[in-house]
Design a protein around this ligand. Structure first.
Ligand code: PEP
Ligand code: MN
Length: 353
């Protein structure tokens, strides 16, 4: 069920409705919109009786939600969610196409710093890099763990980047929450419901990657798990799905972008690296992502990909990344979006003097 407040409803009225929802034994989720506030109700097994709620002061309408997902739905919030980061200009879901880049995994301070410097110079606002790696083989590099997070946090300070990194279990999520700006839930954990609930209790935005065989509904329900715990800053990510095609590692489902935009207010970004699997196909897929209306791209970049401990073949060299960004900038403009350009930073008073 969804409660729409009047355009001129006061905060006190909204709070009173939330209190009443709690008294009925449910959980209220107030989501302020551009014109009015909507309150989603979760925790109910069957239909909630509308009458006691529709009579409360400030309530415009009580709507039964027939879809399995509520909080992620556009019915709940017609305008796009823009994810913001305290004290920073970077956003996801606004007019700017978000750019996230870095190696697949953190391998050493030197390796991460070289990649971070390069991607920051090209205009990335977010540094990616796994400290906890979900690998197919238990004998493959599993990530540096907390040490890797420390290095990521150091790079954030050194290059002014926001850090996005993956959590694979309860313990790693607690650590990622401590060190990073954004928690990544990987494709393999998209339906790890216990982990999703835990991410929902964090105050950090969550990057939720689509499972390799997940339908759109399953992806949205996974996002609903996070939001139902009170964390409304969820960004979806299409990273390619398993199909019969073997010319790419996974098949980038660009069609999911307009489909997502129709059903949900949440932003969606594209990961062309894990879709392509090979460096030469990353840039064309990234272009397709921006052209189709994705809110950002996340790309793997490594200064020495031949010696990378994971996903070297799909990692771009810094030069290729820089060229790609210039390319994407043109496409972004064509679709009415912008991309951050570090060369156009506002001149500060100190520099101007
Ligand atoms: C990654 O981002 O390095 C990763 C493991 O991605 P995915 O979960 O999409 O496979
Ligand atoms: Mn990877």
């Amino acid at each position: 069920m969804l409660i729409l407040m009047n355009v001129n409803a006061t905060d006190d009225q909204t709070q009173a409705v939330c209190k009443r929802v709690e008294e009925l034994g449910f959980r209220p989720h107030p989501l302020p919109g551009a014109t009015r506030c909507a309150i989603g109700i979760t925790g109910n097994q069957g239909a909630v009786e509308a009458d006691p709620l529709s009579q409360l002061p400030g309530v415009a309408e009580v709507i039964a939600v027939s879809k399995p997902y509520k909080l992620v739905s556009r019915d709940m919030k017609p305008e796009d969610t823009v994810v913001r980061f305290e004290g920073r200009d970077a956003t996801i879901g606004g007019v700017e196409v978000a750019l996230m880049a870095g190696p697949c995994g953190v391998e050493s301070r030197d390796q991460l710093f070289r990649a971070a410097e390069a991607v920051a110079e090209s205009g990335a606002r977010f540094l990616r890099g796994g400290a906890f790696k979900p690998r197919t083989s238990p004998y493959a590099f599993q990530g540096m763990g907390e040490k890797g997070l420390e290095i990521m946090a150091e790079a954030r300070e050194a290059f002014g980047l926001l850090v996005v990194t993956e959590a694979i279990c309860h313990e790693s999520l607690a650590l990622v929450d401590q060190y990073a700006d954004m928690i990544q839930i990987g494709a393999r954990n998209m339906q790890n419901f216990a982990l999703l609930k835990l991410a929902g209790r964090s105050r950090r935005p969550v990057l939720l990657k689509r499972g390799m065989s997940a339908t759109l509904d399953e992806l949205l329900m996974a996002a609903e798990y996070i939001m139902s715990e009170g964390n409304y800053n969820v960004v979806l990510c299409e990273r390619g799905i398993r199909t019969f095609a073997d010319h790419t590692r996974n098949t980038l489902d660009v069609g999911i972008v307009p489909a997502v935009k129709k059903l949900t207010h949440l932003p969606i970004i594209i990961d062309p690296s894990h879709a392509a699997g090979k460096r030469d196909k990353v840039v064309p897929l990234a272009r397709a992502g921006v052209a189709v209306g994705a809110d950002g791209v996340i790309v793997e970049v490594h200064c020495d990909p031949d010696h990378a401990l994971s996903d070297g073949p799909q990692s771009l060299y810094p030069g290729q990344f820089a060229a790609m960004v210039e390319n994407l900038r043109g496409i972004a403009q064509l679709v009415g979006r912008t991309m951050y350009d570090p060369k156009c930073k506002p001149v500060t008073a100190a520099v101007a003097r």
